[in-house]
Design a protein around this ligand. Structure first.
Ligand code: TMP
Length: 202
């Protein structure tokens, strides 16, 4: 079996994390070995970098470099071995998040990240990216009171709006890979959308 690399993206509160376990079950029920992982994080080094980058104020380029440092470790130790073994890797965020947050949200030039992307995973892209799309108002309302806000979640609505716009631009640029899921309806309806996309893939 060939490996399958699936990533979930969206602004904070768009609802992607509610579908991770269900998605893993969907593939396991079809006899596939699943690795469920996340970024930043997914490895011991990556999880320590996650703590740092989510809670410590820093320059935007430092932030981008840390995201890609964590990603280097993640690709090498988790993603590639699992794909080579024929497994399904489902990652809560990957490089699209860097383009959306560091470029779209914080204004870093995309050329900077293109260099890092080539360096860190030049020959690897997700087979499918589910982009959960939701208005910033609805996402903010969903997040309220659910957890302690990290540095990105503390950003004002217009930051999240720029992140959302950057994600949608990427979806328009890579329409085969990045599929937009409407995050607004009830959970069951969102799942039905995802199942239709998975049926196209497998
Ligand atoms: P999470 O809340 O979905 O776990 O993601 C952690 C935060 O990290 C989220 O607000 C988005 C941000 N992030 C970036 O800014 N750049 C990246 O490359 C990644 C992977 C996440």
């Amino acid at each position: 079996m060939t490996g399958l690399f699936i990533t979930l993206e969206g602004i904070d509160g768009a609802g992607k994390s509610s579908h991770l376990d269900w998605l893993a079950q969907w593939f396991r029920a079809r006899g596939r070995a699943v690795t469920l992982t996340r970024e930043p994080g997914g490895t011991p080094v990556g999880e320590r970098l996650r703590e740092l980058v989510l809670h410590e104020a820093m320059h935007v380029e430092t932030e981008a470099l840390i995201m890609f440092a964590a990603r280097r470790e993640h690709v090498e130790r988790v993603i590639r071995p699992a794909l080579d073994a024929g497994g399904v890797v489902i990652s809560d965020r990957f490089t699209d998040a860097s383009f959306a947050y560091q470029c779209g949200g914080r204004g870093l030039a995309e050329e900077r990240l293109e260099v890092l992307e080539r360096w860190v995973h030049g020959d690897l892209q997700p087979d499918l990216t589910l982009l959960f799309d939701l208005s910033t108002q609805a996402a903010t309302a969903r997040r309220a009171g659910v957890r302690v806000a990290d540095r990105f979640e503390q950003e004002p609505d217009d930051f999240q709006a720029r992140v959302r716009a950057a994600y949608l631009r990427r979806a328009a640029r890579y329409p085969q890979r990045i599929r937009v899921v409407d995050g607004a309806p009830a959970l069951r309806e969102v799942r039905a959308q995802i199942e239709r996309l998975l049926a196209e893939l497998v």
